[in-house]
Design a protein around this ligand. Structure first.
Ligand code: F6P
Length: 510
């Protein structure tokens, strides 16, 4: 049980701390790098998590550890990892780790059974039991699209077994772009929706089916695979039972990559690689479950997140992948962090005690350096930056490419911290700007799985420390309701909205 009075006291103590400049922190503590730069081994290779260029020092770490104790972080973690009811507003557990083998016995057994079903379908497709399938159009949105899109791009650049196109937007241009790249005679449709009701997904699914029909595909429904937590709805949509891959209701959409939502990933990579991705995530789960306080990497990252969000009032945090394969990582993290922790009330329904999730944004290095880094170095906003890079290149070109890529990444972190003074104010850099670096030995299924699980647990740790429920998302409902009312007609809206509807021909009213 959280002790809210002790948590208030911990926050008071944290707010009273001074934050020395990063250069002073390094100068005053020769052990700083060893304390805040930690490798996780993953069998073959590992990942280095360097948080030493953040303002976390011993005093802040102790202060945040006191906060974690007051918020009963250990109890909350145990509750999450054992399948407890962590999502009180929706009265359910959050069982994404069960997909990787950690959870209640029943949840793990169910996940294993669903995985076996998925593996069998993947194998059947690879063996050609559905004819020659060269393309999959994966139709889903939010958590039913971002994870598969990121994973396929990160891991299947060289030699995907099947060519995957992820379509999310209801804007028909997105689906048309996929059609243009696929041969309908050799295309499978994967309809991914936890609820199997999401307007964008069901609209795109219907159009994709019509595209197959128009192209003369003999049995278009025979080309549909459904990935869903509501198999009944998929049956109603006339998907054959043998091609419905279910997953548990207790797996949240933005945490669902590990379930059947990851079907296109398994199809593109093959089942053994998908299993390795689960294994990498499981290694991070074991670390998260067993390491305490500042030694726990997701928790340590959450300490830094809150230092900037609450003690330094940073409203955003930026993630730059210095790896083209991870270009979608910032978008993935936006949903994970902002949909989970963008809340104004605690799990008990009381107003929160300070800012919650910062706005996550970012891009890919080195491109972003030539576009937005000016503000990071000299602007008035303080933006904690995170760099993600891999030691082994993803390309086969001259090693000059990768050397330049990594040197740029490390140079940016050094420059942000170091700054430069000049007599010309316009040429001065204040420095003391924080960054963290995640350096992966080699981007492979296991390291990718561990990277994503790290972020899931960091998001959860942030939520526990702030006392909020990261597993619901009621904030997305109002816009959907109003869009439905507009489609149905008869409702009236504010003058601006009415005028826009008239201008676009969405309203029959004069
Ligand atoms: O609108 C938000 C949301 O509910 C996300 O949480 C979810 O990932 C996405 O929509 C898609 O939902 P579904 O998988 O049910 O189609």
């Amino acid at each position: 049980m959280a002790d809210l009075a002790a948590a208030d006291e911990a926050w008071r103590a944290l707010h009273a701390l001074e934050t020395p400049r990063l250069a002073e922190l390094f100068a005053s503590d020769p052990e700083r790098l060893a304390k805040l730069s930690t490798r996780i081994e993953l069998g073959e290779g590992g990942i280095l998590f360097d948080w030493s260029k953040t303002h976390l020092d011993d005093a802040h770490l102790a202060g945040f550890e006191a906060l974690a104790e007051a918020m009963d972080f250990s109890g909350a973690r145990e509750n999450l990892l054992s399948g407890g009811m962590v999502n009180a507003s929706e009265q359910r557990a959050a069982e994404h780790t069960a997909q990787r083998g950690m959870g209640s016995e029943e949840a793990v057994a169910l996940a294993n059974a669903f995985h076996a079903r998925m593996a069998a379908l993947v194998e059947a497709l690879h063996k050609g039991l559905f004819g020659e399938i060269r393309h999959v159009i994966h139709i889903g949105i939010g958590g039913s699209a971002l994870g598969p899109a990121l994973a396929v791009e990160a891991l299947a650049r060289h030699g995907a077994m099947v060519d995957v196109h992820v379509v999310s937007n209801v804007d028909g241009c997105a689906l048309e772009a996929a059609f243009a790249r696929c041969d309908p005679q050799a295309t499978m449709l994967a309809i991914a929706s936890k609820t199997f009701t999401t307007v964008e997904t069901m609209t795109n699914a219907a159009s994709a089916l019509a595209w197959l029909e128009t192209a003369g595909v003999a049995d278009p429904y025979g080309r549909v695979v459904a990935l869903t937590a509501d198999p009944e709805k998929a049956l109603d949509w006339r998907v054959d039972e043998t091609r419905i891959l279910p997953f548990a209701e207790s797996v949240g959409g933005r945490y669902s990559l590990w379930s059947s939502i990851g079907f296109p990933v398994a199809l593109a990579l093959g089942w053994p690689d998908f299993a390795e991705m689960l294994g990498g995530a499981a290694a991070m789960d074991r670390h998260f479950a067993s390491a305490d306080g500042r030694a726990n990497l997701p928790l340590r990252a959450a300490f830094a997140d809150l230092l900037y969000a609450r003690l330094r009032q940073c409203q955003t945090r930026a993630v730059f992948a210095y790896d083209e394969r991870l270009a979608l990582l910032p978008s993935y993290l936006q949903q994970l962090e902002m949909e989970s922790n963008g809340k104004s009330v605690t799990a008990e329904g009381d107003p929160v005690g300070g800012p919650t999730a910062p706005v996550t944004w970012g891009g890919v290095g080195t491109d972003a350096q030539h576009a937005v880094f000016q503000l990071l170095h000299q602007g008035t906003h303080l933006v904690p930056v995170e760099f993600v890079a891999a030691v082994v290149p993803g390309d086969d070109l001259d090693e000059a490419h990768h050397r330049a890529l990594l040197a740029s990444c490390f140079a940016q972190g050094a420059a942000l911290m170091q700054g430069r003074s000049s007599e010309d104010a316009a040429r001065s850099y204040p420095g003391d700007r924080p960054s963290a670096t995640i350096l992966i030995d080699e981007l492979a299924p296991a390291s990718f799985g561990a990277l994503i699980a790290f972020h899931e647990h960091r998001t959860f740790a942030n939520a526990v420390l702030m006392g909020i429920n990261p597993f619901d998302q009621f904030g997305v409902e109002l816009g959907k309701d109003i869009a439905r009312q507009m489609e149905q007609g008869g409702a009236s809206f504010d003058p601006s909205t009415e005028a826009l509807m008239r201008a676009a021909g969405l309203s029959s009213q004069e």
